[in-house]
Design a protein around this ligand. Structure first.
Ligand code: CTP
Length: 397
């Protein structure tokens, strides 16, 4: 189950850090590749040498190596990982995670990680029971962090109660469950995801396009793939890397995207239409670069295919999810598209909302189906993608 999995093991300053050595050994023994990130205080409880030897890689503590200036990239590390496991997680670190404080490498890695995150809390019973700690853990849960419950028993303080970090073998079991849960839910399904902007050529040099970055569609593709679905990402031009485990088909124009979707829709279980497709394309594409004249010029445009509407007509019992980006009459426009294109649900984002729209990493959306509407708060596009996939799974049931 853990063979070949990339796991970041984060260690914070708790006496339970001595158990992290055994945990690391068990993870490596199960076939995982482990990289260890420690806080400065954690080094007082367990030596870097121990952890480096067990994980077979140098441990990471600082943003850079002061000897040679080599940068420890938390972004790369976050991208590399299939799981970020913080064990032990102190009350202090969980409080910082809950509020987005990023004052050490372990925390910046948390903010950069695109993978699931699990924490195994360790602290004294009163600290654990304190309303502030409980509030922070609840907030982490809401952010999608998996909490591996501490056990009850003898604590380093001499007291007895809840707060002891879960035993390494139990943490490994929890990690295995996490991977299998994520894996199973959409295994055997195949979804198309359209993403990014289309490019409509005017001549060999110019084109008509839009501001879409593709981030939302790529996040949906990644979320589906992480739950075990086969994903074909039909992508207009973007600067993004293809998410792990996703098959990407690169297209340029709306016509190319239409053909790529139509070819594959039949054999799929559905599609999520995130792309910003041009509704019009130049009626003719000039063979040579257009030369300017003295006066104004106009370009004749013709309609493109509405890809989503075409798939909507052919959908049968497949799932079809659409997006609507609106600047006015948001709700009624989105509801119109929901019906017209035969979507199971539509994701409305209003350009009027702060934090929503093109290029950014966050979005504010409302999920609308024939019976209900669910307004989501401002969140990362990756979290929006999780909500979309949750709703798809809900409809499948
Ligand atoms: N869409 C599509 N093909 C098109 C246009 C849109 O597949 N030619 C899809 C988008 O990917 C999105 C949904 O249809 O999921 C709605 O796109 P949007 O651009 O908001 O709507 P339009 O149909 O273009 O309507 P309007 O221009 O009136 O807003």
């Amino acid at each position: 189950m853990l063979k070949g999995k990339h796991i970041i093991l984060g260690i914070t300053g708790s006496i339970a850090a001595y158990k992290s050595a055994v945990l690391c050994r068990l993870l490596v023994g199960a076939g995982a590749e482990v990289r260890v990130v420690m806080t400065s205080l954690a080094k007082e409880f367990i030596t870097p040498l121990t952890m480096a030897t067990l994980s077979q890689h140098p441990i990471l503590v600082d943003f850079f190596n002061p000897e040679n200036g080599e940068w420890n990239s938390h972004v790369k590390l976050g991208e590399w990982a299939d799981l970020y496991l913080i064990a032990p997680a102190t009350a202090n670190t969980m409080a910082k995670m809950a509020t987005g404080v990023a004052d050490n490498l372990l925390l910046t890695t948390y903010l950069s990680a695109r993978c699931p995150v699990a924490v195994a809390p360790a602290m004294d019973l009163d600290m654990y029971a304190h309303v502030a700690t409980q509030r922070n853990m609840e907030s982490l849960r809401r952010d999608g962090v998996h909490i591996i419950e501490p056990g009850s028993g003898f604590l380093a303080s001499g007291l007895q109660g809840k707060g002891r970090m879960a035993e390494p073998a139990d943490i490994v079991k929890a990690v295995e469950e996490l991977f299998s849960e994520k894996k199973k839910s959409l295994e055997g399904k195949h979804y198309l995801v359209t993403a990014g902007a289309t490019i409509e050529a005017i001549d060999p040099v110019r084109f008509i396009s839009n501001h879409s970055s593709g981030k939302m569609g790529y996040a949906v593709a990644e979320a589906l793939a992480q739950r075990g679905a086969r994903v074909t990402l039909i992508s207009g031009r973007t600067a993004l890397d293809c998410p792990k485990g996703v098959e990407r088909v690169d297209v340029l124009s709306a016509e190319d995207m239409y053909n790529a979707c139509c070819e594959r829709f039949e054999e799929s279980d559905g599609a999520v239409m995130c792309a910003a497709v041009a509704d019009y394309t130049p009626a003719t594409v000039a063979d040579q670069k257009l030369k300017k004249g003295d006066g104004d010029m106009s370009i004749a445009l013709k309609r493109t295919h509405d890809i989503a509407a075409t798939l909507g007509q052919r959908k049968g019992n497949r799932l079809l999810v659409g997006f609507a980006m609106e600047t006015e009459n948001e709700q009624s426009n989105a509801e119109g598209k929901l019906k017209r294109k035969n979507f199971d649900f539509i994701v409305l984002n209003s350009l009027r909302r702060e934090g929503a729209g093109f290029r950014g990493d966050t979005n504010v959306v409302t999920l609308i189906d024939a019976e209900s509407r669910e307004e989501l708060p401002l969140m990362s596009k990756r979290d929006v993608a999780e909500h979309i996939v949750d709703k798809m799974e809900h409809l499948l049931k």
